[in-house]
Design a protein around this ligand. Structure first.
Ligand SMILES: [Zn+2]
Length: 87
């Protein structure tokens, strides 16, 4: 079982975490009309890159939302950074 580092709690079992999104994904401007394909691409399509990736995860136990940098092939985690403001 893989361990993920929560910035608040430390190393925990991967089953305690929930993937939220790829980091850096730009939300379409919804103040103007956008087509269905643009919206679907934003919601459902992932880059699914091989190598170093940056993702947003939540630790379900403490509700911490954080940026996780990991390698998508080896699953090695290189960094885990809280996204809370003012901490
Ligand atoms: Zn936590």
């Amino acid at each position: 079982m893989q361990q993920f580092p929560c910035p608040f709690c430390g190393e925990r079992d991967e089953r305690e975490f929930h993937f939220l999104a790829e980091a850096g994904k730009e939300r379409p401007n919804t103040t103007v009309s956008i087509d269905d394909e643009t919206w679907a691409r934003y919601l459902y399509k992932q880059r699914n890159e091989k190598g170093e990736v940056q993702e947003i995860w939540m630790h379900l136990t403490c509700r911490e939302v954080f940026l996780l940098k990991r390698h998508s092939v080896t699953m090695a985690v290189s960094e885990s950074v809280s996204l809370r403001q003012g901490c």
